[in-house]
Design a protein around this ligand. Sequence first.
Ligand code: NDP
Length: 489
Amino acid sequence: MTDTTQPTTPTDGFVYAPAPQATDVVDIRSSYGLFIDGEFVAPEGDGFRKTVNPATEEVLAEVADASPADVQRAVAAARRAQTEVWGPMPGSERAKYLYRIARLIAERSRELAVLETIDNGKPIRESRDSDLPLVSAHFFYYAGWADKLGYAGYGPDPQPLGVAGQIIPWNFPLLMAAWKLAPALATGNTVVLKPAETTPLTALHLAEIIQQADLPPGVVNIITGAGETGQALVDADVDKVAFTGSTAVGKAIQRSVAGTAKSLTLELGGKAANIVFDDAPLDQAIEGIVNGIFFNQGHVCCAGSRLLVQESIAEPLMERLRTRLSTLRLGDPMDKNTDIGAINSAEQLERITALASAGEEEGATRWSPACDLPDRGYWFPPTIFSGASQSMRIAREEIFGPVLTTMTFRTPDEAVAKANNTPYGLSAGVWTDKGSRILWMAQQLKAGVVWSNTFNRFDPTSPFGGYKESGFGREGGRQGLAPYLEVTI
Ligand code: NDP
């Protein structure tokens, strides 16, 4: 069922003049090779694929497809660099390179933010104010650990694993690259990184920064391509596989490495509960709900995609939420006033559309604010489902789009039971005035991160990772060093 009512309270009537970010700060090449052993090289085969701007469908560049032979080449370069240069290098020297990379990213942050928005579709406000500051902060943070590994709690002289094969998704392309590279390099490992096929460009510009920082050749190799390239990397002679992406691919990778000596960490999907009690500060909670699910078009593994509201405040809260959603601006991601940008690809749009249709078919009530979608590109309006039940697909499956499923509860026990009724366990949010309830809920919720009276807060010092089908291993913080060290904890 579709609810076509619009909020009764007046919505934001301001007319905003366009405020476009200049795009000439970035120089996009027409063709990119593979970054192997410190240089951009041609792939062995003649495979190239195009990457497009999802807001306009304009082709941005062609990017090489790495064959299994290219993957072997990259792994061999990483192996040589690890045993001859990077592994034996004192941590204090490795730290200097990481600080240099962090500084260069900060210096080139405007260029990288613009490129991220062009290739991914996310609003420039988010890539500029959220992604890029976190990317350089991550390198700064792990640079600080490089010469202090003996004091990290993993023994007096913890050793690197060797060569890490790292596979990342398209939702936070450069940030995920930073989450993977910084701890691996700080601990003395070398890396072969595969970005997602729809968002390879910022990783390739990071390769330029790596050259600029004079990182020894082979320490970081960046190979582009599709799922087959990722699979070839998993099967190659690496000591560690680190993967962020869908649960289905994560399980396939786990099967591939079973029975080998390879170490594995998986950061997979989520279906987080954002739980609002009747004593919560409602205005803040509304902002937290909006940030929880509409940030980055909902392409966030820890998105607060299930809203659990205490029954006594459900109606006023939903009314306020509709009013707030009516003020969100969807459109040109390069406009500094834009809140909701483009969906990353036609395939992802198809997935979101299909799951939202399933929600209606199963009997939930669908609502979106009045909202004009641009004629070209991939777009989906912010959408709320109410009257959902726990068995519906929209309450169980990761939609990975700007779609919120709302349900109600009466008691804290019921909130916990409903929140934990999911195969995932990546994050959760709790909104209440009572400190004791926050602590009790945090103990009960089976989620790697529990935010209280906030949502989607990140800091390099804080570990992040999942329970159950959301994966295992932690990224960030002191704990983020362990997956790259030979330690038993
Ligand atoms: P995938 O898991 O397919 O992709 C993640 C990365 O793995 C990409 O680099 C991908 O390459 C690569 N890959 C794909 N197949 C294999 C394989 N067999 N072996 C090794 N690597 C592989 O995610 P999708 O992009 O297809 O997104 C699908 C769904 O996954 C989304 O709707 C969302 O629910 C979830 N997702 C979760 C994320 C998270 O952060 N937890 C992030 C992204 C997606 P390529 O891009 O070329 O396919």
